[in-house]
Design a protein around this ligand. Structure first.
Ligand SMILES: [Zn+2]
Length: 57
């Protein structure tokens, strides 16, 4: 599975890889790695920010 232009470092395409540590996304251009186990934290943070915005409005 390819994630186009997902890399925050270079804007390149990322793909899912898996090793003994689990699944992670790796940039095919620069090799940057994002551990997928970190993603739920990012999502919940974004949701919290959205909730704050809704309350303010
Ligand atoms: Zn990259």
């Amino acid at each position: 599975m390819i994630y186009y232009k997902e890399c925050k470092k270079c804007g390149g395409d990322m793909h899912i890889r898996q090793d003994t540590y689990g699944e992670f996304k790796e940039c095919v251009q620069c090799g940057k790695v994002i551990d997928l186990s970190e993603l739920p934290v990012t999502v919940s943070t974004a949701t919290a920010e959205a909730s704050k915005s809704n309350q303010a409005a």
